[in-house]
Design a protein around this ligand. Structure first.
Ligand SMILES: *Cc1c(COP(=O)(O)O)cnc(C)c1O
Length: 459
């Protein structure tokens, strides 16, 4: 992907400045890269051609958002030190930057106090939150919706905790009656509430789940790995807004800066509302913790070595684009959501497509092809996906319950059995530029769809 023209100049300047800080050392140059390295790097570039163009606005498929150039530059700069945020011995500056970057995320969700740190990703961050939950109430169950990230059931099995899946309603949000029924059994210690499901971006009704705590005793873990930053957006539905506004009542939350926070991979974050859970991590390491009596991040983390460069990149990005409502970063999220709503309306008006009962709650749009059976609809979706890719528009496919689509709409020819799934088309409009590109994207989708329908008629 093209870089802004001054990217490498700015990086080189900053690199020289970094090296000045170590200029009192005798020179110890590392071996230069030779001709063979140049050839290898060319080979690497050739190998990397085998990718979708993730950074381009016509890539509108999976959850892939290019890191901001400042994150990439700060990461590269930190790599010349290669700090390890496990312990202060391995990365003093980057540990301090991690503490500040994590505090900014806690402020974003309006937590007056917190304990938290970065992690290699959302899965490990969720593992840690559920591990803490299991330490506090051993042996009791974890409940999450049937649209929650698939790793929750696997994490529960790793932790030896029973996992229960809670049905969702036809808008993809957790069914409260089903949850309450489950809570009555007193077998559930922790409810995982997803704010932004991975498949459709559905926002569970956290505010109403919090209300259930007046009758039942359970912990709330919010999985906002994908959706967390949307708390900054001013154009959420009232339902979604109410859910995000209830985050201060949760016990723990996961937000992935490498999903929507413009970071390179290797950057998740877990926050606990009660800093006292830090005592659960108590351990003795004979190797680390000699240089300073201050808290080392490794003392409050299950992971050991972690890239300090991730913290440096996140810190730098937050300086340029603070996590505040009304700021440039928040406007980028709002723009993706507007694009999703516009795409949803265009799809709704097209005779070729069926849109779900619920409008997009974040910036993810799913739609099915209008066909008499779920099987035919799924085959056509796959063909449109391929045909669009031929024309440089990259979408995604998702297998979803057919019940998400209304059978009563006038144009729908679809008949399905209870419990059937359909392969749908899916688009995650994560890039702020997607809104500007929507007409272009739509014209390719229309052309690809027409080509597929014409081909299927002549068969
Ligand atoms: C992506 C995602 C995860 C997993 O996070 P990774 O960073 O991929 O490990 C967990 N939960 C939700 C809701 C997600 O969207």
């Amino acid at each position: 992907m093209p870089e802004p023209p001054n990217f490498f100049d700015l990086l080189a300047q900053a690199q020289r400045h970094l090296e000045e800080g170590f200029s009192s050392l005798p020179p110890a140059p590392s071996a230069p890269l030779g001709e063979d390295a140049a050839a290898i790097l060319r080979d690497v570039a050739t190998r990397l051609h085998d990718n979708y163009p993730y950074g381009h606005p016509l890539y509108a498929g999976q959850m892939l958002k290019p890191p901001h150039p400042i994150a990439r530059a700060a990461y590269a700069l930190a790599m010349s030190i290669n700090p390890n945020n496990h312990a202060l011995d391995g990365g003093r500056a980057s540990s301090a930057m991690e503490v500040e970057a994590v505090a900014a995320l806690a402020r974003m969700v309006h937590w007056p106090q917190h304990l938290g740190h970065l992690s290699s990703g959302g899965t490990f961050a969720n593992l840690e939150a559920l591990w803490v939950a299991g330490q506090l109430v051993p042996g009791k169950g974890i409940a999450a919706s049937d649209q929650a990230h698939y790793t929750h059931s696997r994490i529960s099995s790793v932790l030896g905790l029973p996992f229960v899946s809670v049905p969702t309603r036809n808008d993809g949000r957790m069914d409260l009656d089903a949850l309450e029924h489950l809570l009555r059994t007193k077998e559930i210690a922790t409810v995982v509430v997803t704010l932004g499901t991975t498949a459709t971006g559905a926002v569970d009704p956290l505010d109403q789940i919090v209300s259930l705590q007046s009758q039942y005793s359970f912990r709330i873990h919010v999985d906002a790995a994908y959706g967390g930053y949307f708390t900054l957006a001013s154009n959420l539905s009232l339902q979604a807004r109410a859910a995000f506004d209830a985050i201060p009542h949760a016990d723990s939350i996961v937000v992935d800066p490498h999903k929507h926070g413009l970071q390179p991979y290797g950057c998740g974050c877990v926050l606990f509302r009660d800093p006292a859970v830090g005592r659960l991590y108590k351990h003795d390491s004979p190797y680390t913790y000699f240089s300073s009596p201050e808290l080392h991040l490794g003392e409050i983390s299950l992971e050991c070595s972690r890239a300090g460069a991730s913290a440096v990149a996140l810190w730098a990005t937050q300086q340029l684009l603070p996590c505040v409502p009304g700021g440039a970063f928040a406007r980028g999220l709002e723009s993706g959501r507007t694009a999703a709503l516009q795409l949803y309306h265009r799809l709704g008006e097209s005779p070729f497509f069926l849109t779900p009962i619920a409008a997009p709650q974040l910036d993810i749009v799913v739609w099915a092809v209008n066909a008499p059976t779920a099987e035919q609809s799924s085959i056509l979706a796959q063909r449109i996906f391929d045909e669009a890719a031929q024309r440089n528009l990259h979408l995604a496919l998702a297998k979803l319950p057919a019940r998400l689509f209304p059978q009563t709409s006038q144009k729908s020819t679809l008949q399905f059995q209870p419990g059937q799934t359909i392969t749908c088309l899916r688009s995650v409009l994560m890039k702020p530029e997607h809104l500007l590109w929507l007409d272009h994207l739509w014209s390719i989708l229309e052309a690809a769809t027409r080509a597929v329908f014409e081909a299927s008629m002549t068969q």
